[in-house]
Design a binder for this molecule. Structure first.
Ligand code: SF4
Length: 252
């Protein structure tokens, strides 16, 4: 069984496929917390976490998550979106951390189905969970957006960087990319060293850097510093188009 937090049709706002019409499946649960990414008042309590906290904290939000008990439920959701489209959108599996379910038979069957049907599938992951690509071959046809966390996440290095997991993704997929979230202060401090430690062995893999912030005001505090950082070191700047377009309104 796995948990689905929401499904929605929108455009991809980050990374390689910015602007691409995409159908998102957001799964519940994450193996990290990233306490430095934000603070929220929820049910009268101050809670630290990322902008996907509703997909991370089972304690606070689990009651709103939908328990999925068979793959056909995901297929039905997919079909309900496709009814309104006459083309195949990209499909994005996100979270939380969708790979906490990587060997769950429902998720894997869904990935197999999507790949077989010719969808372009991206899994947005923190790349800390190692997949067995030999036993679960369909993942070889998936694009992984490896959003490895840096020190500004507030997570310990040992928890947020798993080089074995990254190596397996890079070596087993045709195209995957790195996507880092940077704050102005990290750019000024040691972002380059931290990124090179993670990507240094993979000069062929594209590296996207995007500013921290799930609100326009916050994004603007970091965006120019991140863009200038990319220009100095040859990384690719990624905006957060969904924030520019809709800020905190519900995504369309
Ligand atoms: S890894 Fe991603 S989803 Fe999980 S807590 Fe960190 S930012 Fe949030």
């Amino acid at each position: 069984m796995l948990y689905l937090v929401e499904d929605f049709y929108s455009i991809q706002g980050e990374g390689k496929f910015v602007g691409t019409p995409s159908l998102f499946f957001r799964f519940g649960g994450c193996n990290l917390r990233c306490p430095n990414f934000g603070e929220y008042f929820i049910q009268g309590k101050k809670v630290f976490g990322c902008d996907s906290i509703q997909a991370v904290s089972k304690e606070l939000f689990g009651k709103k998550w939908r328990a999925i008990e068979k793959m056909e439920e995901l297929q039905e959701i997919l079909d309900s979106h496709l009814e309104h489209l006459d083309f195949k959108p990209h499909v994005v599996l996100t979270g939380g951390e969708p790979l906490i379910y990587w060997n769950d038979k429902i998720l894997y069957a869904f990935v197999e189905y999507l790949v077989r049907e010719g969808f372009i599938v991206t899994i947005e992951t923190n790349a800390t969970i190692a997949i067995d690509f030999e036993r679960y071959e369909a993942y070889k046809d998936v694009i992984f957006a490896m959003a490895v966390k840096l020190s500004n996440s507030g997570e310990r290095y040992e928890k947020r960087v798993n080089k074995e997991a990254i190596d397996a993704i890079v070596k087993n997929t045709g195209y995957s990319f790195f996507k880092f979230t940077l704050s102005r202060s990290l750019v000024e401090f040691r972002a380059y060293e931290e990124i090179v430690d993670i990507v240094g062995e993979y000069p062929e893999v594209e590296v996207f850097c995007m500013p921290l912030g799930d609100r326009l005001e916050e994004l603007k505090k970091h965006d120019k510093a991140v863009a200038e950082f990319c220009m100095i070191y040859g990384f690719i700047y990624s905006d957060r188009l969904q924030v520019r377009l809709w800020n905190r309104e519900k995504r369309r």
